[in-house]
Ligand binder design. Structure first.
Ligand code: WT7
Length: 577
């Protein structure tokens, strides 16, 4: 196997003061029990919001900046640890006044504004289960998640509220919608008590949940517990290399796991100052933010890096980015060109990291002190046992392709799939957690990503289930059936492509290419409006019939092979096609 190696000099500034100076030594001696001691009090209780915020208030960090917000218009708001402590106490009391009790699901449908973060912490403080809904979600996506989780309170803004209006009546368990940008809410906050007794949650009590997609069925609720914060904090230290004086910018949205684990919990548990930008992606704006806030550690995703690359190196060179010390990436394969480009643009490489909604925190990573084998995801986080196994959960020899698997027992591991015990158990085979990703491990323990073992789509780093998109498409009167795949795309990793079988009458109405294009546009808009802005098919192809198994399941594998001009493989279970 040929690969480029970026040697790390252990005496240089970046690596010498690193918490993980000697990977092998730390990996051998690491224990979660010992790590817990730093974050968890002795009484056996663990509340992640307390660990992230209130723990610091009794220390010199009380007046340290915790979160800095900048919005599209350049408006900046700053919050110290004490500010967040008091405000989350107030919101906790408001939620209690609305009747929220321990274990209740309270979901956030908010853009990246302060109340998203404050409310998230407040929900954890009262022992509730917080859920985050990506602000691009539309009615169908919102309904599925709120219905499945039996959410009782949703917190939103007046701008997003209309998307809930149409489904509100159908949601039997939804008791209240709180709108944070109203005068009413401001008055409630002003009047609420800033004293709150934080719920004495146990390490294994549910703290938050996120819906994520698999191959089939509706999205599933991945449930995480309070003790996940131990892993999130330790990985923020060992992988993201966060240190006391850092200004850290994570570009993810808390609607996805990265935004919760590394924009709220892990980073704040370490007492780090974190920047949150709620505006749109724009290369010049991003460099302006890096320079103006003197960002030192930056965590972003390959699609964003590729979009920056497309603008060239002279743009970043025209900014003073000398404070940047450590760069990390997550969510999809980080191509070697992106690493080479970042060395040219910023004088340092991006460090690839790998994890999933279900793993709750970083599992495999390129550590600042470890040589980078360009194209590899790196090595397991201390405390994590990773392996490549076959479909029956037996380890395969080094260099052989197989399933990326993890030994259960890391603190951030999901503890349930909401209401679907069978689904939860199906992740585990022969004592391994099966990730659904394929990869290899080389003789020195570096892991290499190959691809998904299933039909899950990764578009711009965001996980989309084909079934959700297919279901949205068939809701349109012109569509009889749809099959959806991820099509490789240089910029976005994959784009969503839909193969659509039209209703006979509709088909006869298409007289020319223009009519066809118009209908395609209409279908794209339809998915955007009903499901989510990011989950619509950028390409649609009309076909006469879909390849299906004899039992009627759409064979997306065949659609994909045809799209890529690859052999279609085993079709023995295929219905005539
Ligand atoms: C899937 C999980 C954004 C935070 C984690 C995403 C893919 C993740 C990498 C990487 C190649 C990656 C995998 C994984 N993925 N990181 N470094 N290289 N692929 O959480 O949305 O649950 O997605 O993202 O396919 O299974 P997620």
């Amino acid at each position: 196997m040929k690969y480029e190696v970026l040697k790390k000099d252990k005496t240089d500034e970046e690596t010498s003061g690193h918490a993980l100076h000697d990977y092998d030594k730390m990996y051998a001696s690491f224990s979660w029990k010992a790590s817990e001691k730093e974050f968890v009090s002795d009484d056996g209780c663990l509340n992640a919001a307390y660990v992230a915020i209130d723990r610091h208030v009794g220390t010199w960090r009380r007046n340290k900046l915790a979160l800095i917000f900048e919005d599209e218009a350049g408006f900046i708001e700053k919050f110290t640890f004490e500010d967040l402590s008091l405000l989350s106490n107030k919101v906790g009391n408001i939620l209690k006044d609305f009747g929220a009790e321990r274990g209740d699901r309270v979901f956030l449908f908010l853009p990246r504004t302060p109340y998203l973060y404050i409310s998230f912490l407040a929900i954890l403080k009262i022992g509730g289960v917080a859920g985050a809904l990506f602000s691009a979600f539309q009615e169908q996506a919102l309904f599925d998640r709120l219905e499945d989780s039996s959410t009782s309170i949703v917190i939103t803004t007046s701008q997003l509220l209309p998307r809930l209006s149409g489904i509100r009546k159908k949601l039997k368990n939804l008791k209240h919608i709180i709108t944070v940008d109203t005068d009413d809410f401001k008055t409630s906050v002003a009047n609420a008590s800033a004293d709150l007794r934080i719920a004495g949650t146990r390490p294994d009590d549910h703290a938050f949940m996120l819906y994520t997609s698999g191959t089939t069925g509706k999205p599933k609720g991945v449930v995480h517990v309070h003790k996940a914060i131990v892993h999130q904090a330790m990985s923020a230290r060992l992988v993201l290399d966060l240190k006391e004086d850092d200004t850290y910018w994570c570009t993810a949205d808390p609607g996805w796991i990265t935004g919760i684990s590394y924009e709220i919990l892990g980073n704040l548990a370490l007492g780090i100052t974190t920047l949150v930008f709620s505006g749109r992606f724009d290369p010049k704006r991003w460099y302006t933010l890096l320079a103006a806030h003197k960002v030192t550690v930056w965590y972003t995703a390959p699609t964003a890096i590729r979009m920056l690359m497309a603008q060239g190196v002279s743009l970043p060179k025209s900014f003073d980015l000398s404070n940047l010390r450590h760069l990390c990436s997550v969510g999809e394969p980080l191509n070697p060109e992106a690493i080479r480009w970042s060395i040219k643009a910023f004088g340092r490489p991006f460090h690839d990291t790998w994890f999933q909604t279900e793993t709750g925190a970083i599992m495999i990573a390129n550590f600042a002190t470890l040589d980078i084998r360009v194209g590899s995801m790196g090595k397991p986080m201390p405390g994590v046992v990773a392996a490549i196994v076959d479909d029956s959960g037996r380890q395969v020899p080094n260099g052989t392709e197989g399933n990326i698997a993890l030994r259960p027992g890391w603190p951030a591991m999901m503890q349930a799939i909401w209401k679907r015990l069978g689904k939860y158990h199906s992740y585990f085979i022969n004592g391994w957690y099966m990730s659904g990703d394929h990869g290899t491990k080389d003789g020195d323990g570096y892991f290499w990503f190959i691809g998904r073992a299933d039909d899950v789509i990764k578009t711009s780093g965001e996980r989309v289930g084909p079934f959700e998109v297919e279901s949205a498409l068939v809701e349109h009167p012109a569509v009889v059936e749809a099959g959806v795949i991820g099509k490789p795309d240089e910029l976005r990793g994959e784009i969503i492509k839909a193969f659509v079988v039209l209703d006979k009458d509709q088909r006869s109405k298409i007289k020319n290419q223009k009519d066809g294009e118009r209908l395609k546009e209409e279908l794209m808009e339809y998915v955007k409006k009903h499901l989510a802005g990011h989950a619509y098919p950028r390409e649609i192809e009309f076909i006469d019939s879909l390849p299906k198994t004899r039992s009627g399941k759409i064979m997306r594998r065949i659609l994909k092979a045809k799209e890529l001009g690859l052999p279609v493989g085993d079709t023995s279970t295929l219905e005539e096609y």
